[in-house]
Write a protein that binds this ligand. Structure first.
Ligand code: CAA
Length: 385
């Protein structure tokens, strides 16, 4: 039985900042941010947006009355949780009017959460072939104003419907994974911004990729030549380049050049949006499927990394009519119709939040779903009429 991604949806907030303007405001060389880090724009969420509203936006694009009734599992992977107890998946079910006969919960392990969800969804569908699983990655990546991590912020979500009728990508159930307790990145419960040992996190990311690639080749008897592309978790687009460099000299120059060329397609949207944390790998996948010349049957290798740290390397095969099932125009118009805001506007939004007892004026909402108010410390969400 085939199992994999049947539909994929993407959302990013309507506002963004220009990375060159950010560099100038922080007294940095623009080339450091555009070349050294590899970013062009950074998404800025509105105060009424969070992991729940963004998850609803991306999931709404891929659901209809006929596939909703078959869903038996709803997982939100996020490290931007809105509640220490209640799962984002429950708010999501309400906003999307999903049936009650599902298992719904949230998974947290930094940027690995959605991959954990995807693998769990694979197992769920393999034992329940008539059912589908909704896996949504949704995050706001925040390090703080004027921190080294600021240039690697971003926001957005990617929703995937996993089923036994994959139309976009077949998951091959070939996977190498590892976990280790590492202090490279963390966000204590009291803090809205993350703490990172930036250079150390790069080092662990690369070490995990190298270890898993060795293990993967041995276990599944493959070489780089078996893959059309290698897609990476991209907290910033230079990061995947660094991991790929570990292959230089170990594979043929021709294959290395080809993988580098393919990688460029996978980072096109990441450059425009920034870090999606757990959605980054899957935005890279979407970017690759839309912008490259990949063809049905091509094999892809995906590297997922979540600080803390968990890594997983797994393969997937492109489906026959995959392009028909991706809403390419939606993705492009979402990215093209955004509004650029100034660095001072971004700084002002950064410091604001909806507080207990406050509500949001729906006329300022640009999307479909929003945090409408906080009442008795409970977050209440609405769909824009
Ligand atoms: N022109 C071109 N390139 C330039 C340049 C210029 N004028 N000036 C500097 N650069 C290059 C540097 O040479 C460097 O390149 P290399 O990495 O290839 O050596 C690059 O720009 C960045 O320069 P620095 O290392 O000096 O930058 P920094 O000290 O400001 O820190 C960072 C960069 C560590 C990524 C920081 O932004 C950070 O801490 N980010 C958050 C942590 C992170 O994203 N880690 C990634 C792995 S962890 C993960 O993936 C989980 C997750 O999602 C968070």
């Amino acid at each position: 039985m085939d199992i994999g991604i049947e539909r994929i949806g993407f959302y990013t907030p309507n506002s963004y900042i220009d990375i060159v303007e950010l560099a100038k405001a922080r007294g940095q060389e623009p080339d450091k941010f555009t070349i050294g880090i590899g970013q062009d724009k950074q998404a800025v969420p509105a105060i009424y947006e969070d992991a729940v509203t963004m998850a609803a936006e991306s999931a709404d694009q891929i659901l209809d009355d006929s596939n909703k009734k078959d869903i038996g599992l709803v997982i939100v992977g996020t490290e931007s949780s809105v509640d220490e107890s209640k799962a984002s998946a429950l708010f999501l079910m309400d906003l999307l009017d999903l049936p009650e006969n599902v298992r719904a919960f949230e998974i947290k392990e930094a940027c690995y959460g959605a991959t954990a969800g995807l693998q769990m969804a694979y197992n769920f569908v393999s034992t329940n072939p008539g059912k589908k699983a909704l896996v949504v990655a949704s995050d706001i990546a925040r390090y703080g104003i004027n921190t080294p991590g600021e240039v690697t912020q971003g926001a957005g979500s990617v929703a995937m419907l996993i089923s036994s009728t994959p139309q976009i990508l077949k998951l091959e159930n070939k996977s190498a994974y590892m976990s280790r307790n590492v202090g490279d990145f963390w966000r204590p419960t009291f803090s809205k911004t993350a703490f990172a040992r930036g250079k150390f996190s790069n080092q662990i990311y690369i070490e995990f990729f190298e270890t898993l690639w060795k293990r993967y080749q041995k276990e599944f008897d493959v070489t780089a030549d078996d893959f059309k592309a290698m897609l990476y978790h991209i907290p910033y687009t230079k990061m995947g380049t660094k991991a790929m460099r570990t292959l230089e000299g170990k594979i043929s120059d021709e294959k290395y050049a080809q993988l580098q060329a393919e990688y460029k397609y996978s980072i096109q949207y990441g450059r425009e949006v920034g870090n999606l944390y757990t959605g980054s790998l899957y935005l890279g996948l979407l970017s690759y499927l839309i912008n490259s010349a990949v063809t049905p049957g091509d094999e892809l290798l995906l590297f997922s990394y979540g600080s803390g740290a968990v890594g997983e390397l797994y393969s997937a095969k492109v489906c026959e009519n995959f392009k028909q099932y991706i809403h390419v125009k939606n993705v492009q118009s979402l990215l093209n119709n955004r509004k650029k805001i100034s660095i001072s506007e971004y700084e002002s939004i950064f410091s604001q939040s909806v507080r207990d007892g406050e509500s949001v004026d729906p006329s300022v909402v640009t999307g479909e779903f929003y945090l409408s108010e906080i009442k008795e410390n409970e977050r209440l969400y609405k769909t824009k009429q």
